[in-house]
Design a protein around this ligand. Structure first.
Ligand SMILES: [Zn+2]
Length: 689
């Protein structure tokens, strides 16, 4: 199965990790030095026995997890830093009294509207009311189709910042077309559920049954607090209808299989293949009536959900529309609704008992809604042109190293190699921030009506997407904001984004020795580049089309090496009763092996034949491998670690760091001997690229 190219790292419930973690980080993180951290190491450990402990033992020994933290490590510490930085941008904008219409004024006004709780209390319900009245006035199937079409938003993303969830009946994603990657096309995805996925409705486990009971009570409370009559009866109808929709949904694993997703439908196909919904009316209301082709991601769900529009009472659909609307804007409608929403989604579903301070939540909302406006200031303030130039040079060296490796490969047929080289040649690598910033000129912000601000933001995003359909693809566009601590591979663009917020120590530091930067961000860059060529990225050709360009022999060779790597990871046992799943984590482990190799080559090439500078008594090669290992340091609760081993495509950081044992240069750097625990005979070291 072709799975989705992935991020570098899955932040475990980032929403739960922030703010309190800023305090925790201040208690546990040491002052940042340039280059690798000696204090974080435990030099009493033999590097060949446990390289992760050797590089990180000091950090692990002194880091204590506060009660409200699941994990502390490099990624969560950097996320804390990014949130602290964006908070200063928003505070300054709030003080600046900038000109009306300017980005800074919009940042200030949006933030103000979030903080002004009295204004929310007086304007919230009156702003919601006309929308509820419109839903109440629905009588005919055509009016229902119209309302369902009006609810469509550009709120899903199947391949980049992957998000398969929308509470609206369907979700729109505008992206380069599978079949014409030079132009944007509309993709439609299944939707209609408020809970995270269909398992919450269909699972028989006692826990899920209890969640559903509490959910029904919650729906009724939301109706009551919004002033609607017969809240319990409405809640029962909503839960019944959502459950029926859940039965029509396909699973997340199936949704992730792109070979099942390329289903071009013409407008007439919808009425033929998915009867029940008045599709022409739906598309008219959604602003999609001029489109001649759509890509339907989960056809069976469209057939099933459209049939439910006809078979289920109009009143049930009206309740569902009203409830989803109340839920979507609860934070902007009244304190009572916002608190009830948190009690269910924050406490019942996620286990948090306290909301984060209001000013923090305001920062998060502004940074999300005006992402590029905040990001533009963020990079001016926190990402210097020198840092960008240096990171760009690093990327160029990594690309050159990868190209050389490809050219030297002896096992790959010339045709496969030619396409791989072409793919590398057209790869668009964004560093720090995009070349072009999104304009917010069409987004109107008022300082005293949060509801309107959120509503307009959703429509602004929708119209931005609708407007792009059919237009030439901007291959240099970004899908992450600069203030995001992560990196991403965009398969349809054949592009990579490395946001400024990850170009920070310990990943990247303009003042650190090259060895530390190549071992840090260099291996990350190598990791993302190699996703372009792993078993997943290989489904897309150099133009972003879905096409198999591998010869059978090449694929067989690649798969044999991959199997050896899977077997290697199967041997890791974080718990006596649980080992790492080598297959589940294979794509990421391939990217780690290849990324480390390319970064090492890039580092050696950067020396241009000169001897590497020492850091204390550590050689350049030693610093390189230690820096790599230190990016994976983390202290994580056992329960969370178990969950990660079971459900995450990334192996725990400790084992990602251990992939040095596949790299010959690591053996000479640390004089690793056959008696060392991590030693692998040369024939057992996995080499993919
Ligand atoms: Zn990855």
């Amino acid at each position: 199965m072709t799975r989705i190219p992935r991020y570098l790292f899955t932040l475990l419930s980032i929403a739960l990790l922030t703010l309190t973690s800023a305090i925790a980080a201040a208690q546990t993180a040491e002052p940042l030095a340039h280059g690798i951290s000696i204090a974080n190491m435990d030099t009493a450990v033999r590097p060949g026995d446990d390289f992760y402990l050797y590089a990180n033992g000091g950090f692990l020994a002194r880091t204590k997890l506060p009660a409200d933290r699941a994990s502390i490590g490099v990624f969560s510490t950097l996320a804390d830093l990014s949130f602290k930085q964006t908070a200063t941008i928003i505070e300054d904008a709030a003080k600046a009294n900038a000109a009306p219409g300017s980005n800074e004024r919009k940042i200030a006004d949006l933030y103000h509207s979030y903080m002004d709780e009295a204004a929310i209390e007086s304007h919230g319900l009156p702003t919601l009311k006309p929308h509820l009245d419109a839903i109440a006035a629905i009588h005919t199937p055509r009016e229902l189709a119209h309302a369902l079409g009006l609810s469509l938003r550009a709120d899903v993303d199947a391949l980049n910042n992957t998000n398969f969830h929308t509470a609206n009946i369907f979700g729109l994603w505008v992206a380069p077309s599978f079949n014409d990657p030079d132009h944007y096309a509309p993709y439609l995805l299944q939707g209609g559920l408020q809970l995270p996925n269909r398992d919450y409705y269909l699972s028989d486990s006692p826990h899920m049954k209890e969640v559903r009971e509490k959910y029904k009570t919650h729906i009724a409370a939301m109706f009551r607090l919004a002033g609607l009559a017969e809240p319990e009866a409405r809640a029962a109808r909503v839960l019944a209808l959502e459950t029926a929709i859940a039965q029509k949904h396909i699973s997340l694993a199936d949704s992730e299989d792109i070979h099942k997703a390329n289903n071009p439908w013409r407008p007439a196909d919808f009425s033929a293949k998915a009867p029940g919904l008045d599709w022409p009316e739906f598309f008219r209301a959604a602003g999609l009536d001029k489109q001649t082709t759509f890509i339907v991601w989960q056809p069976s769900a469209f057939t099933g959900e459209a049939a439910l529009v006809a078979s289920q009472p109009v009143d049930s659909w009206k309740d569902l529309l009203a409830y989803h609307l109340i839920e979507a804007y609860a934070t902007a409608t009244s304190k009572a609704l916002a608190d009830e929403r948190f009690a269910f989604f924050g406490t019942t579903l996620s286990g948090t008992t306290q909301q984060r301070p209001r000013d923090f939540r305001g920062d998060v909302i502004v940074s999300r809604i005006l992402g590029d406006a905040v990001g533009q200031i963020y990079v001016k303030r926190f990402f210097s042109p020198e840092a960008k130039a240096q990171a760009q040079a690093l990327v160029d060296n990594l690309m050159a190293a990868f190209r050389e490796r490809l050219e030297r490969l002896t096992w790959m047929a010339p045709t496969t190699k030619a396409e791989a080289l072409a793919k590398l040649g057209t790869l668009q690598v964004g560093v720090g921030y995009p070349d072009h910033w999104r304009s917010y000129s069409a987004y109107e912000v008022t300082p005293d009506n949060l509801f309107l601000n959120l509503w307009r933001s959703d429509l602004f995003d929708l119209h931005y997407s609708l407007d792009r359909i059919g237009k030439p693809v901007d291959r240099k566009e970004w899908t992450m904001t600069p203030q995001t601590v992560n990196a991403v591979n965009l398969p349809l663009h054949n592009g990579l984004n490395f946001p400024a917020a990850i170009l920070e120590p310990p990943f990247f530091d303009p003042q650190a020795p090259d060895a530390a930067n190549y071992g840090g961000i260099g291996t990350t860059i190598g990791h993302e580049i190699s996703h372009t060529f792993d078993s997943e990225g290989a489904a897309f050709d150099s133009k972003g089309r879905v096409r198999n360009w591998w010869t059978p022999d090449d694929l067989a060779h690649f798969n044999a090496a991959a199997s050896a790597l899977a077997a290697q990871y199967d041997t890791y046992k974080p718990f006596p009763d649980l080992n790492v799943n080598g297959r589940q984590t294979l794509g990421e482990n391939i990217a780690d092996v290849a990324g480390l190799t390319a970064a090492y080559d890039g580092y050696r090439a950067s020396l241009k034949g000169s001897p590497a500078p020492m850091d204390g008594n550590l050689t350049g090669d030693q610093q390189f491998f230690i820096a790599f290992s230190q990016t994976w340091s983390s202290v994580t609760r056992d329960a969370v670690l178990r969950q990660q081993v079971l459900a995450d495509p990334h192996a725990p950081g400790k084992y990602r760091a251990a992939t040095v044992r596949n790299n010959d240069a690591w053996y000479s750097a640390f004089d690793i001997q056959p008696t060392d625990k991590l030693y692998l005979a040369p024939k057992d070291r996995v080499k993919l690229w």
